[in-house]
Design a binder for this molecule. Structure first.
Ligand SMILES: NC(=O)c1ccc[n+]([C@@H]2O[C@H](COP(=O)([O-])OP(=O)(O)OC[C@H]3O[C@@H](n4cnc5c(N)ncnc54)[C@H](O)[C@@H]3O)[C@@H](O)[C@H]2O)c1
Length: 375
């Protein structure tokens, strides 16, 4: 079975719109360019922000904590990703962190890793939408043109379907058994290598590829909630009750906890909130369940626009997490800001201070290969 994301019939009156309607080609012209932290030395700027107030001072403190986290070579750094970060131009920041041993594991939403990073690795782009589109008045037109919108960014829905279909093919190629999302995503990395989707073969670099090559595990605890979910649904439908591939989120949690046991000193760099934030924080408690008195995460940074007043996780402070025994309060910093502005400053600061120079890659995927395979 091939995947077809069937769209509900549009109620847009094409006859009225047709005169003014732009073509798809006209709308998908200007790709989002990923910011290159290597090209911008932000150190003097961030240092100056230390003597300011509000979010500037919080950002400068967070950048110093990230620097400290990397200089502590015992520390395993876990990067957490929520929101639409790759489509927004942050892909290269994360690739550079992985390739320079500044991240040892990634916990993310599936959207960032599959719909956005892997999607770009297949050769596709996200496009800049002009201002008149970002408030939604033209969404009916976009729907007719099969263009998806993320605020001020466009995606070609037909290309996204190729991404869905690729995850279907990868699912079909796997041994029919429960897999952690980490195992699945590693196969996505292997797929890119096998199919020439690498810079060496004339393709693009990607987070999935960099992590595959550097043995950095990537976990998506809610893996079905993205393009890969369409691949899994199609696979299960094909199998009709015969042995099939499934995603075991319990195994994800068990594997991530093994990393805490193997490497007791840990730090979290969290971009956005959501499931990745809690999942990574909770490995301290999970280790406790396994009878190991694990230390709290020694360092923690979170960049979020969420508010703490609703009591929900995404805006809950790291001090609050310490009341649950998850995060130490000595080196923690919240930045209440939008990630496209704050993350390049924090990452760029640590990069240009060469905070990674004494670190070598922890190659955590190798530890996880020892975790017994689920039948
Ligand atoms: N985001 C998408 O476009 C998208 C697309 C397909 C599937 N999904 C799925 O939806 C689920 C929820 O994902 P989500 O990440 O969109 O959750 P989400 O929007 O709930 O994000 C979690 C929190 O992170 C913070 N955040 C997000 N973006 C931020 C930014 N740019 N700057 C600062 N803080 C930010 C917000 O406080 C938000 O409440 C996941 O399973 C994901 O795979 C998301």
């Amino acid at each position: 079975m091939e995947i077809h994301r069937t769209r509900a019939k549009s109620r847009v009156r094409l006859d009225i719109l047709v005169g003014a309607m732009p073509t798809k080609k006209e709308l998908l012209t200007q790709p989002v360019k990923h910011i290159d932290i290597k090209q911008h030395n932000v150190v003097p700027l961030v240092d100056a922000m230390q003597s300011m107030a509000f979010s500037a001072r919080d950002t400068a403190r967070a950048a110093s904590i990230y620097e400290m986290m990397l200089q502590d070579t015992d520390c395993g750094v876990i990067l957490c990703l929520a929101g639409s970060l790759i489509s927004a131009g942050l892909q290269k920041v994360i690739i550079d962190l992985v390739r320079n041993n500044m991240v040892d594991a990634i916990v993310s939403t599936g959207a960032n890793i599959v719909d956005q990073d892997f999607f770009e690795a297949l050769g596709f782009y996200h496009y800049i939408a002009s201002d008149e589109y970002k408030y939604g008045h033209e969404d009916g037109v976009l729907r007719e043109l099969m263009i998806d919108r993320i605020y001020d960014t466009f995606i070609d829905e037909e290309e996204l379907r190729i991404c869905d279909e690729t995850t279907h093919q990868i699912t079909n190629s796997l041994e029919p058994r429960p897999h952690s999302s980490r195992e699945f995503i590693r196969e996505m990395g292997a797929y890119l290598v096998k199919n020439g989707k690498t810079p060496a073969a004339g393709g693009k670099d990607s987070i999935v590829l960099a992590a595959f090559e550097k043995n950095v595990p990537i976990f998506c605890p809610a893996f079905s909630d993205c393009s890969a979910g369409f691949g899994l649904v199609a696979h299960l439908h094909d199998r009709q009750g015969k042995p099939s591939v499934s995603i075991d989120s319990g195994k994800d949690f068990y594997e991530l906890t093994q990393l805490k046991l193997a490497n007791p000193t840990t730090g979290l760099l969290m971009i956005g909130g959501g499931v990745p934030k809690n999942f990574a924080q909770d490995i301290v408690v999970a280790a406790d369940i396994l009878g190991v008195e694990a230390s709290m995460h020694k360092y923690a940074i979170q960049i979020t626009v969420a508010d703490s007043r609703d009591g929900a996780l995404s805006g809950s402070t790291l001090k609050e997490a310490s009341s649950w025994g998850k995060v130490d309060t000595t080196y923690e910093q919240m930045i209440f800001a939008e990630a496209t502005m704050a993350f390049p400053l924090v990452a760029g600061y640590a990069f240009h201070k060469k905070a990674y120079s004494a670190r070598s890659g922890k190659q955590w995927s190798n530890i996880l290969d020892q975790v017994p395979v689920t039948a």
